[in-house]
Write a protein that binds this ligand. Structure first.
Ligand SMILES: C[S@@+](CC[C@H](N)C(=O)[O-])C[C@H]1O[C@@H](n2cnc3c(N)ncnc32)[C@H](O)[C@@H]1O
Length: 298
């Protein structure tokens, strides 16, 4: 379908159902067929592929997914859109429309129930801006049975995901994404291809989910605590940031020794550390914590 046709159909559906879009739900509907095709190509679908779509809106992307994938499960929060979607996909039994909140639903169960007959699974979605990071983190942290994720997100978040250590965009989100997946920039998306036009530009990013995390750590929760502590106060040195956020009353001298033991200069800023350096540091802290527990038990 051409851009004008998608835009016309979107407006017609909204008018026919008397729907006023809610900015609070990130409702900006895509009208550009070239961008839709880029997302479809990036997802590398086929009849053996199952797709979880988050936020189908009035179904522009869902329709393309339905053409290219074996099964589609589309989770929409806005109850007003659910009957519109059900009507659109009435004669497509491989498309499952689910009314629910992607931040709360048991997504593993949705995948199992709706996409169980497919051999590889992806998420393909134009995510609502207000919930991009929490939804992405859920998809990655919960270790859902997914091979890849192709998402359209705010350009600034995409830049954070792709950032290199030492740059202003590099942060806890970058480290977390890289821990679970390889990230790849697909395309930039200008604001004028949406109804209504958002104030920001977007980008499409592809995640290849790793079978194993990028680095091995003894205690994953501690690893992410170290990462959050290091980025919590970006202007501080690693020593000061960790002493303030993580050391639970330990003197700075000890924290300094831990960082040195991990082979890192304590005067560096947390934002310059690579994934491997964060992992090494978390493992030193884990060893120290175990030593303390062992000594307390003697
Ligand atoms: C950016 S629009 C994308 C719409 C459509 N997929 C498209 O590309 O045109 C985001 C969609 O996510 C829905 N949404 C917002 N929060 C949600 C949530 N927590 N769970 C599921 N859907 C949500 C909105 O109602 C909206 O339909």
């Amino acid at each position: 379908m051409a851009e004008q046709a998608i835009a016309g159909r979107t407006r017609e559906l909204l008018a026919r159902h008397g729907l006023v879009l809610k900015k609070s739900l990130g409702q900006h509907f895509l009208t550009d067929p070239h961008i839709l095709n880029k997302m479809i190509d990036a997802a590398e679908l086929g009849s053996d592929a199952g797709v979880l779509e988050i936020g189908p809106g009035v179904g522009a992307l869902t329709e393309r997914l339905a053409e290219e994938a074996g099964s589609v499960a589309a989770v929409e929060l806005d109850a007003r859109l659910v009957p519109v979607l059900k009507e659109l996909f009435l004669s497509s039994p491989h498309v499952h429309i689910i009314h629910g909140d992607a931040m709360k639903l048991d997504l593993g169960q949705v995948i199992h129930t709706c996409l169980g007959d497919t051999s590889r699974r992806s998420v393909v979605a134009n995510l609502p801006y207000y919930a991009t990071s929490p939804i992405l983190m859920r998809l990655l942290e919960e270790r859902l049975p997914l091979d890849r994720i192709v998402v359209m997100i705010q350009k600034e978040v995409a830049q954070r995901l792709m950032a290199r250590p030492g740059t202003k965009d590099y942060g806890a989100l970058t480290v977390a994404a890289r821990y679970y997946a390889e990230t790849e920039w697909v395309t930039r998306v200008p604001g004028h291809v949406f109804i209504p036009r958002p104030q920001v530009d977007s980008a499409v990013i592809r995640f290849h989910i790793r079978k194993q995390p990028a680095v091995e750590v003894a205690d994953e929760r501690l690893f992410f605590r170290v990462v959050r502590a290091a980025f919590g106060q970006r202007r501080k040195t690693l020593l000061n940031a960790l002493a303030a956020n993580l050391s639970e009353g330990k003197r700075k001298k000890e924290v300094n020794e831990w960082i040195l033991e991990a082979g890192i200069d304590p005067k560096r800023r947390g934002e310059t550390l690579t994934l491997e350096e964060f992992a090494g540091l978390a493992d030193v802290l884990d060893r120290k914590a175990r030593d303390l527990i062992r000594m307390a038990g003697k």
